[in-house]
Ligand binder design. Structure first.
Ligand SMILES: [Zn+2]
Length: 327
């Protein structure tokens, strides 16, 4: 969930056919029209519209022992599989767009950082990660199930920071980068590829609007990922593949600066005293024209994280109960 627009009702043909004939397993599918091979072992399956939400850029890593896929997107579900047989799915974090293929690869193991395990295991767990109010969840849930083909995987396995998946001749190391969600993780692949997931370097900026999000953790993760030295950086959404460290550093710095820009805009708004609800109505994350069921919830969580920071720094104070003003 990190987005500005929602495409609804786009049930995939594969999904419909699979439901009709009662078969949901993945097949081996030709991706040669849109795949990007980064090395002998690593291929990016570029999602619809260059991986813009609701799709994403999934990564297949093939070793001599096993093949895994990172974050199978709705495009992978629409196409019905990956170019190779998949032994395991690595889920970078528990958001709907990153788990679309977890049901399709029904014979593969699923791995995710243990903090986000609940979102992978069941719809109730996913709801807890978002922390959406009942009415908002009721509106969003059908989209999670239909558009994103959500299938809970109670058999999913938790990993910790630094866990290494040895696929035979190539390794994938989990790098815990929390903040977007508590368990959000990147993957450091031994061929020189780094998967950044939803540190996605878009102009939208960092998304920390869930109950499971944390601003301080996100900033620490941005600081940490900036030191990654890779040949290719893969973001899940439409920035896609970034080549070389210099370009990456420029983009990560621009992405990081959105946090301070939001902070400054909110602080300027609080020149006059305002409540959090007034900040929600003003819109600091989404443009006022964006209509998505969870916008107010995301605005509220984001504003409250920034106001907490202002109060802690002495930049603003609670002048009356529930009313905040810049110092
Ligand atoms: Zn996400």
């Amino acid at each position: 969930m990190s987005v500005s627009v929602h495409r609804r009702g786009a049930l995939s043909l594969h999904y419909k056919v699979a439901c009709t004939i009662g078969f949901m397993g993945a097949e081996i599918v030709d991706w040669s029209d849109v795949e990007r091979k980064l090395s002998d072992q690593v291929t990016v399956l570029v999602g619809d519209k260059n991986g813009a939400y609701p799709s994403g850029n999934s990564v297949v890593i093939s070793g001599s022992g096993e093949s895994v896929i990172i974050d199978p997107s709705i495009t992978v579900v629409e196409r019905g599989g990956a170019p190779v047989a998949i032994d395991a799915v690595l889920t970078s974090h528990g958001h709907e767009d990153h788990m679309a293929g977890n049901g399709l690869f029904d014979t593969a193991r699923v791995h995710v950082h243990h903090h986000d395990l609940l979102a992978v295991q069941s719809l109730d767990g996913l709801r807890d990660v978002y922390g959406l109010p009942d009415a908002v969840w009721a509106e969003f849930e059908p989209s999670v199930v239909e558009e994103f083909s959500y299938v809970g995987r109670p058999d999913a396995i938790g990993f910790d920071d630094g866990h290494v998946f040895d696929l035979g001749g190539v390794t994938v190391e989990a790098v815990h980068l929390p903040g977007h969600t508590r368990g959000h993780s990147g993957f450091r692949i031994s061929d020189g590829t780094f998967f950044c997931s939803d540190i996605d370097l878009t102009g939208f900026g960092p998304y920390y609007g869930d109950t499971w999000s944390d601003l301080d953790q996100f900033e620490a993760s941005l600081h940490q990922i900036r030191d990654e030295d890779a040949h290719h950086y893969v973001t899940y959404h439409h920035k896609g593949i970034i080549e070389g460290r210099q370009d990456f550093v420029e983009r990560i710095d621009a992405f990081t600066s959105v946090i301070q820009r939001r902070h400054d805009e909110m602080l300027a708004f609080l020149a006059e005293p305002h409540t959090l609800d007034e900040m929600v109505r003003h819109r600091f994350v989404y443009r006022p024209s964006v209509q998505i069921p969870f916008a107010d919830s995301v605005e509220h969580r984001t504003a409250s994280l920034h106001v907490d920071r202002m109060v802690a720094r002495g930049e603003a104070a609670e002048v009356e109960p529930g009313l905040f003003q810049a110092a």
